[in-house]
Ligand binder design. Structure first.
Ligand code: MOS
Length: 754
């Protein structure tokens, strides 16, 4: 925190910014161990089949090669890893080196270790595979619906019946493309054994889970494993779970008795971990002529793998968005020959929100209503599924404030009626709602240690994947203790620290904050007690001593530096523990969390439904000749409950909104149906939003505390920025062009006459 200053508005700048921009922050691949070796991966070049032979002779004679691990050498050495859905920590239960079976193109089939990364890469390129190939199905829409696996269904009332007496029915199919994880930092692993103790550096969102997952797969006790994830260069869900290359890097290090480092190449990112699956949504809305909703039906098919069944539909959440009258939603997973798709920012909500929020826009057009007005009209008083009160719900306020900031009242309703004479573009203005469940997070513990130099160190096994958690927690400690920001240190990303949950589900900041608040309060009470003990003449009345600028000030006027208090103690330090057990978690669940299992309190509590809400407004400019769409500006207003650090949060929300622009207009993981592979999986070919494409984005927060919020008062803040954002863009494209494009990404040729 050297040099950090509290700005006038009392908000800390990003505490690790200096380390990050100067390169001092150590990411996994930056970490070096003396004597370390380097690994590279060999990946399958066909989509499905059985390896008959792996010829390694040419690779073995490359200078510096130490080891080539294939399924022939690994059987029995590495045990099974349980996928998250089966109570474990792995992204997929399918161990790619367990046997000769290949289930997807790009599957890791060998790991080569050499003295240098170049030698390892060269040798990996010389490994030859021969296989008995089998036909593969990677296109979910070509798969037989009979093989679909139903993963979720919910019904309230009779929405199909509602259609028969509805004045307006919107029925449409929406499609979203598969999306590739490409955080700025690719996957990497660094593994070192010291005797029978393993330390793994890994860019993970869950150091505790990875510790237990690795221990299980490698056949050692969890307390022999330490996982370090100090800085993560973006994660978005792709680094939430343990991946098999991490296991095998550690296994190679065990065999070679040398540290081994693996840096995954850009082009390999698509098939070593999660991706966002393609999805198809059939939505039917029934309404009265005045726009009152009578029924909502939503059936979605989401791409899956043959190895794991992971529901990613999200209709359980969309079913609570409006006063629908009656609801019937269903979700199916379509098994295909790909690695298991999985988490990517708002994995459940994002594609589903595109379908629902476009359908709502279509209904607004059919009803002749303003789309903001239609949403306001169908605002529920209680959660329509469980009939529970909302733990704060300010969607109307978000819509109103967003409309005001955007200038929505100047919108001309007829399609194609707005233009920018300066650029010649036809303008379109679109709106969509955002929502994200307020998961309660997992059990969180925290240690606060004040040392003789006055430094307050807060330590917990949480992770900061770039979200700003370190900064938000530092801010909290500064406020709570009136501490000097230069003498506050936040230690995260180490499984040896007190238990904290996975950084996921938009609840880790709130969860960590609750434990840190508890620790800070306990530390303050201890400091008051110690001030009374060590400065008897100056003793303050209980509760009266106030902290100020890293000092306890007694009513007698004595001002005692925190460090001075610590120096009076044995060991020259004061240590306290804080904790937070979210409502609804039993002691058994806390024990499960300690054992490395995923534990999270639900968004539905016995007394309330807890979620965050927001509204996106987007302006597009469409060139009617070329079909080019440019998002010119966006406004997002969000209600997320209590805000811990507005600048960090707005940054995430802005990033999510921009990702929505990419989702709407650019991103698409193309499939080569002939060879069963994803195409263009590197950043040279996969089209993402860049700075040059990014519109001006304005983000505002409305944060009235909800009546049913937990003591932290936060309701899910990280991921909501992306939810609904692509729908706002697609709705704006309709407003500009009159073309309802229901398949993402929207391409130029969708918008020009062919
Ligand atoms: Mo996130 S997709 O909850 O890491």
């Amino acid at each position: 925190m050297t040099g950090a200053r509290t700005p006038p508005e009392g908000r800390l700048p990003r505490v690790d910014a200096r380390d990050k921009v100067t390169g001092a922050a150590e990411y996994t691949y930056d970490h070096s161990e003396p004597g370390q070796l380097h690994a590279a991966l060999v990946c399958a070049t066909f989509a499905r089949g059985v390896l008959r032979d792996i010829r390694t002779a040419a690779a073995e004679v490359v200078p510096g090669v130490r080891l080539i691990l294939t399924h022939r050498d690994t059987r029995g050495a590495v045990g099974p890893g349980l996928a998250l859905m089966d109570g474990g920590q792995f992204h997929t239960s399918f161990d790619p080196l367990a046997g000769p079976e290949v289930r997807y193109h790009g599957q890791m089939v060998a790991l080569v270790v050499a003295d240098t990364p170049e030698q390892a890469e060269q040798a990996a390129a010389l490994v030859e595979l021969t296989a008995e190939e089998l036909p593969a199905q990677v296109d979910p829409y070509a798969a037989d619906e009979a093989d679909d696996i139903e993963v979720f269904a919910l019904r309230r009332g009779d929405p199909a019946g509602a259609v028969t007496h509805a004045d307006l029915v919107v029925e449409a199919t929406y499609e979203t493309a598969a999306q590739l994880h490409q955080p700025i930092e690719p996957y990497a692993t660094n593994a070192r054994w010291s005797g029978d103790r393993l330390t793994v550096w890994s860019p993970t969102q869950w150091v505790v889970g990875e510790k237990h997952g690795l221990a299980a797969a490698l056949g050692v006790e969890p307390d022999q494993v330490r996982v370090i994830s100090r800085h993560v260069g973006g994660a978005f869900g792709g680094k939430a779970l343990t991946l098999w290359h991490t296991v095998y890097t550690a296994e190679a290090a065990r065999r070679l008795r040398r540290p081994v480092r693996l840096g995954v190449r850009r082009g390999q990112m698509a098939t070593l971990g999660s991706f966002r699956p393609a999805s198809r949504h059939r939505v039917r809305l029934a309404a009265r002529r005045d726009g009152t909703l009578l029924g909502y039906e939503h059936a979605c098919r989401t791409q899956g793998s043959r190895s794991d069944v992971l529901p990613l539909g999200g209709t359980a959440l969309s079913a609570r968005l409006y006063r629908f009258g009656a609801v019937a939603v269903r979700e199916h997973v379509v098994p295909t020959d790909v690695i298991t798709p999985g988490f990517m920012r708002a994995p459940l909500e994002f594609p589903t929100s595109f379908a629902l929020e476009c359908a709502i826009d279509e209904l607004a057009v059919a009803a002749g209503l303003d789309p903001v007005e239609l949403r306001r009209l169908n605002e529920p008083e209680v959660d329509p599924v469980d009939l529970l009160p909302f733990s704060g719900r300010n969607l109307p306020a978000c819509l109103d404030r967003g409309a005001e900031l955007f200038g929505w009242s100047r919108r001309q309703a007829p399609v194609g009626s707005m233009a920018d004479p300066r650029t010649g573009e036809t303008l379109g203005w679109g709106v969509a709602a955002a929502y994200y469940p307020g998961y309660g997070g997992g059990p969180t513990f925290c240690r606060a240690r004040l040392s003789g130099d006055g430094v307050v160190e807060i330590a917990l096994a949480a992770q900061d994947p770039g979200t700003g958690l370190r900064t938000a927690l530092a801010q909290l400690v500064v406020e709570r203790l009136r501490a000097d920001p230069r003498r506050v240190r936040i230690s995260l990303g180490d499984s040896d620290l007190p238990l904290a949950p996975m950084a996921a589900g938009s609840c880790s900041s709130a969860t960590a904050a609750a434990a840190v608040e508890d620790a800070a309060d306990r530390l303050l009470r201890r400091l008051r007690d110690l001030a009374r003990k060590h400065w008897p003449g100056q003793e303050p009345a209980p509760g009266q001593a106030v902290p100020d600028r890293h000092r306890i000030v007694t009513p007698g006027g004595t001002s005692i530096d925190f460090g001075e208090i610590a120096r009076r103690e044995d060991g020259q330090a004061v240590t306290v523990e804080g904790s937070w057990i979210p409502e609804g978690l039993t002691p058994g669940m806390v024990a499960d969390a300690r054992a490395g299992r995923f534990v999270q309190a639900h968004e539905t509590t016995p007394t309330a439904y807890r979620a965050s809400y927001g509204a996106h407004f987007a302006e597009v400019g469409v060139d009617r000749v070329t079909g080019r769409v440019r998002v010119r500006r966006m406004v997002g207003v969000f209600d997320v409950g209590r805000v811990l650090h507005a600048a960090m949060l707005k940054n995430q929300l802005r990033g999510g909104m921009l990702w929505g622009v990419g989702h709407a207009l650019m991103e698409q993981l193309h499939v080569d149906k002939e060879h069963g592979r994803f195409m263009g999986v590197d950043l040279g070919s996969y089209h993402i939003l860049t700075h040059a494409d990014a519109p001006a984005v304005e983000v505002e927060l409305v944060t009235p505390p909800g009546p049913h919020a937990d003591p932290v008062g936060a309701r899910g803040a990280g991921e909501i920025g992306v939810v609904g954002s692509s729908a706002a863009v697609a709705n704006a494209v309709f407003h500009a062009t009159g073309r309802r494009i229901r398949r993402l990404p929207i391409r130029a040729h969708d918008l020009v006459d062919q």
